[in-house]
Design a binder for this molecule. Structure first.
Ligand code: NDP
Ligand code: 2IT
Length: 450
């Protein structure tokens, strides 16, 4: 295990103050010991040292003018992490918490996630510390245009293809695509998650949430179980959470919570999906508005959360779907879930569980689907969007959904089979990390020292 210590300590020296990035690297390296021991060529070829260093990191100034005429300045990022398997692919996150550590952890995760899909896509991520809350539509457009004034020169349909993430949906993609087109004069598939009116794919909007639930069904199927009649906890109330809830209802389960940056809603008879969409898709108002329609629901404001975790995980349920953000599920949350009978966790968010929470799930032997496997349906469907764009075709909802289901099944089976092969049956963290690593590392070996 000394290579883990050595790698992290090198990173701390060369890339200081990037706690989330070290956390993501450590989690992956922790799983790789068995494959590194039996395949010395990975170490001889410095694969780990090369993997943890992005191929290219772009940081830039994003100046824009607000509605009062004041000049605002944000930071912009694009980390082009690894292109062994294809063009850099990964979302853009706009959130005030964004910094180099967050973008690097997301980009690092994306390498293995994209490899697991089996599709030809490399790993990248980008974003800005821009806070969309309270901004007018005009301000959002001017910000997106300024962001693109720099980013456009680094991206392209065969080099780097961004998409959405927290704070970036169809509206932001539209403004960025418009500016890209104006700057380059090219109408091409340089983004995914585009509107259906101009090159988007059916199912991309739903894909991450649906995929997380498909992944959960696959985990349950090996135990001859299903999601039907299961009570489910969901965190978040954005794109991933909403479509996870939609698919859970379609499969006969009952989602009883959702959350946002202001607090958690608990609604015992089931979250009203239409109301949630009304509150959150487009307008992004606080979940407290849910209580105006449902007096019997509870709202727990974040100030009342337990000191050691999050209110959403303290309710009793059969399954949990973290779909908000990183480190939103702590050790105490994991213990509470298990004590209350939770048998399955499928992660829609990236790195939502802390390392000690993950260890708790693995020791308890519940079904645990790590984000890089369970939430890969979004990026996989992005690749299907790229395939449609480059072949000038449009596939039906059923065709894309069918492909998504096959991909999620395939990811589950690959991770599950790998966990058995490496002596820890059912440990999908180990299975996903080793299977993703192997595909990228073997491609890197074949492409020489680049
Ligand atoms: P959205 O912006 O649509 O929604 C994010 C949700 O999480 C909102 O409810 C937001 O609350 C809440 N949230 C965000 N940050 C925090 C925070 N620091 N504390 C509390 N709540 C927070 O994003 P997505 O649904 O697209 O993304 C959710 C997660 O899924 C992220 O981890 C993302 O990386 C991951 N993911 C997304 C994919 C995609 O295709 N979109 C693909 C794979 C993973 P509020 O409404 O108050 O802002
Ligand atoms: O974390 C993710 O996989 C995403 N935000 C989606 C990336 C993409 O390119 O669709």
């Amino acid at each position: 295990m000394s290579y883990i210590h050595e790698t992290i300590s090198n990173l701390k020296n060369t890339s200081p103050a990037q706690a989330e990035f070290y956390q993501a690297v450590e989690e992956v390296l922790d799983s790789l010991a068995p494959i590194l021991e039996s395949n010395k060529h990975y170490q001889q070829q410095a694969i780990i040292q090369r993997l943890v260093e992005p191929e290219r990191q772009i940081m830039f100034r994003v100046p824009w003018v607000d509605d009062e005429g004041n000049i605002q300045v944000n930071k912009g990022y694009r980390v082009e992490f690894n292109s062994a398997l294809g063009p850099y692919k990964g979302g853009l996150r706009f959130h005030p918490s964004v910094n180099a550590s967050i973008i690097k952890f997301l980009g690092f995760e994306q390498i293995f996630k994209n490899a697991l899909t089996g599709l030809p896509i490399g790993g990248g991520k980008g974003g800005s510390n821009f806070d969309a809350k309270g901004k007018s539509d005009g301000e959002i457009m001017r910000f997106c245009q300024s962001f693109m004034n720099e980013l456009y020169r680094h991206i392209g349909p065969t080099t780097d293809v961004p998409a959405g993430d927290i704070g970036v949906g169809a509206r932001e993609i539209g403004y960025m695509f418009g500016q890209y087109k104006r700057l380059t004069g090219r109408y091409e598939g340089v983004f995914t998650g585009k509107s259906l009116l101009w090159g988007g794919s059916l199912v991309r909007k739903e894909a991450t949430g649906y995929g997380v639930v498909y992944f959960a069904e696959n985990m349950l199927s090996v135990k001859q179980e299903s999601l039907k009649d299961k009570k489910c906890l969901i965190s978040g109330s954005g794109n991933v959470a909403i479509y996870a809830i939609e698919k859970l209802y379609q499969l006969g389960a009952t989602p009883i919570t959702c959350s946002d940056s202001t607090g958690t809603i608990y609604h015992e008879s089931g979250i009203d999906l239409a109301l949630l969409k009304e509150l959150k898709e487009g307008s992004r108002s606080s979940l407290i508005g849910y209580l105006e329609e449902y007096k019997e629901a509870q709202f727990i404001p974040i100030d009342d959360y337990p000191k050691d975790g999050h209110a959403v995980w303290r309710f009793s349920a059969d399954a949990a779907f973290p779909c908000a953000t990183q480190n939103e599920l702590t050790l105490a949350d994991a213990q509470a879930l298990i004590e209350n009978g939770c048998q399955l966790v499928s992660e829609g968010a990236n790195m939502p569980s802390t390392q000690d929470a993950i260890n708790t799930f693995i020791e308890a032997k519940i079904s645990y689907g790590p984000g890089k496997a369970a939430n890969a349906g979004g990026v996989a469907t992005s690749q299907l969007e790229m395939a449609q764009n480059s072949s000038m075709q449009t596939w039906s909802f059923e065709q894309v959904d069918q492909r998504l289901q096959e991909i999620m099944k395939n990811i589950f089976q690959t991770a599950h089979k790998t966990s058995i092969e490496f002596g820890q049956p059912g440990n999908l963290v180990l299975g996903a990390n080793i299977a993703g690593f192997k595909r990228v590392a073997d491609a890197m070996l074949e492409q020489g020292v680049v």
